[in-house]
Ligand binder design. Structure first.
Ligand code: ADP
Length: 532
């Protein structure tokens, strides 16, 4: 820069270029407008601000060309570049640019000596950039469409997030989401109310501080045993209904809790829980009532049954045939009533944890054989074949040996399960046989009870082990029962860490299986002398 004169600034004096004052003012205004647009523009105003800057820039370049030799100006190429951007302002920008070009070309045609020779320049500087700009503009309109669909998608996602928020906030169950480090990232209003923590205090805290879990013996649950840790470690859902929580105010509540993974392994977990204190207390009271009532009623029913037996015994009473028929029915009804009370008592014991458990080493083959023998008269009374086929193992060549199957279980409970299942098979079989088999592997023993009885319809099978469930059809209506036997069997077998299941074909027969953990023979022998 050499100096400042009234008419302009002398730039690049080496190449002899003088810029007029209007150009300087326009460039300064364009520069300032550009900066202002960058700093202050909001997304909505950006279009208009950039249009303003574009117009100022066009004015600057136009003046620059006008003052520096028109078609011979070193800045003429700038016009072509500028024209390329006219299409950004859609058809209006292109038409305005075309007008400006036309006026300028008309002006040049009158002022230059040979307008025909200037045609290629007109083409390259004015016409081709306009055409190109319109093409770019078309492309831009496509990207606008994409932009629109992105905006629509973002809007939709926002709406979905809003919906999830509404749902999570509306559900009555407590919902807490923790991240990979166990910090709380979401806690819904129900959770805040149940555990007595507000959102502001709980968020970002370690869940152990907020969600203070205790087991049913009121001991804090070790971090590694917590269901949340289990989910973070394994990515498998887990649920529990026997845990307590200490609320923010120190109150203890019983909760039913379901923890599920969020995302990939260890990424996070979602805890859904419910305060079930009232339900548990009510259930306990109900069970207590049933237990007391059954206990109290069992004694008079036993007395009635005893007196009816005496009345039916020819050595103790003389009754006529008609009275005998009535008394036989009354006796059967009192036996059924006695069974019902006994079942109710057993069920309530199993449910409230009062069922005693005295495990011993039991030789399953001998033990099952004894139970089968005890029930043989019942089967014989119905002319049914009762077969006992404990499995045999091949020992090398042709000889077979009977394997020893030991289990460490409460013998009384196992007897109850076997009597129930074999008793049912006898009860629900009209003709044919009942076969009891035993098999196993290193870890398990399986006892099967297979009958040729009435069978069980497929739709009833999933409900069979539920409390009070009885198949209700013309085949079973005549046969008495409480619907508690299989439920009790399931409770007992599950308490032994075993499982019970059934396969059946309606009208053909049923196969009940129980599987219990096997005790290694060496351990069985090392323990107290095995008993049957
Ligand atoms: P219940 O006292 O009625 O026998 P359970 O719980 O022992 O009660 O059995 C539930 C129902 O399962 C029975 O009512 C009967 O319909 C069906 N069931 C059980 N064992 C058999 C079997 N071996 N064959 C056919 N149906 C059976």
């Amino acid at each position: 820069m050499r100096g400042l004169s009234f008419t302009g600034v002398e730039w690049f004096s080496g190449i002899g270029l003088i810029l007029g004052l209007p150009v300087v003012i326009l460039s300064a205004a364009t520069f300032a407008a550009g900066i202002a647009a960058y700093i202050f523009s909001s997304e909505q105003k950006l279009h208009w601000l950039s249009l303003g800057v574009f117009l100022l820039l066009s004015g600057t370049v136009g003046t620059l060309i006008y003052t520096s030799g028109h078609l011979g100006s070193p800045f003429i190429a700038l016009w072509a570049i500028l024209t390329l951007f006219a299409g950004l302002y859609k058809i209006g920008g292109l038409v305005a640019m075309a007008y400006a070009d036309a006026i300028y070309i008309a002006y040049l045609s009158f002022t230059i000596d040979d307008p025909i020779a200037a045609l290629p320049s007109f083409l390259f500087i004015f016409a081709i950039p306009l055409v190109l700009s319109s093409l770019i503009w078309r492309h831009k309109s496509f990207s606008k469409q994409y932009e629109k669909s992105y905006t629509a998608l973002a809007h939709e996602l926002n709406q979905e997030a809003l919906k999830s928020d509404i749902i999570i906030n509306a559900i009555a169950d407590g919902v807490i989401v923790v991240n990979s480090k166990g910090a709380i990232t979401l806690i819904n209003p129900a959770a805040q109310q149940i555990i007595g923590w507000n959102h502001k205090d709980a968020i970002d805290l370690d869940y152990n501080l907020v969600f203070r879990l205790r087991n049913d013996h009121d001991q804090p649950i070790a971090a590694e045993d917590s269901p949340v840790q289990h989910v973070l470690r394994t990515n498998e859902s887990t649920s529990q209904t026997d845990l307590n929580i200490i609320t923010g105010s120190g109150k203890k509540i019983i909760v039913s809790i379901l923890v599920s993974p969020v995302g990939a392994l260890g990424e996070g977990a979602i805890i859904v829980f419910r305060d079930i204190t009232r339900e548990v207390v009510e259930n306990r009271q109900k069970a207590e009532f049933i237990s007391t009532a059954s206990h109290e009623m069992r004694t008079p029913v036993a007395a009635i049954e005893g007196y009816l037996s005496l009345a039916l015994n020819p050595q103790t009473a003389q009754i006529d045939q008609k009275a005998r028929e009535y008394l036989i029915k009354a006796h059967q009804a009192s036996v059924n009533l006695g069974t019902l009370f006994q079942d109710l008592l057993d069920v309530s014991k199993a449910e409230d944890g009062r069922m005693t458990n005295n495990p011993t080493v039991v030789d399953i083959i001998t033990f099952t054989g004894d139970v089968v023998s005890e029930l043989a008269p019942q089967a014989a009374a119905k002319n049914l074949q009762l077969l006992y086929t404990p499995s045999t193992e091949r020992n090398g060549g042709a000889t077979t040996i009977q394997p020893a199957f030991y289990a460490y279980v409460d013998a009384g409970h196992l007897r109850e399960v076997l009597s129930n299942l074999i008793g049912n098979s006898i009860k629900y079989t009209r003709t044919g046989s009942i076969t009891i088999g035993i098999s196993g592997d290193d870890m398990h023993i399986t006892i099967s009870i297979v009958d040729t009885g009435i069978g069980i319809p497929q739709e009833d099978i999933p409900h069979l082990f539920q409390k009070f469930y009885r198949v209700d059809n013309s085949d079973t209506r005549e046969i008495g029962g409480t619907g508690l036997g299989l439920y009790l069997c399931r409770r007992i077998i599950e308490a032994m860490n075993g499982r019970i299941w059934v396969q059946s074909e309606y009208g053909k027969g049923s196969m009940f299986f129980i599987e219990i953990p096997r005790l290694k023979n060496d351990d069985a022998v090392a323990a107290a002398p095995p008993q049957a």
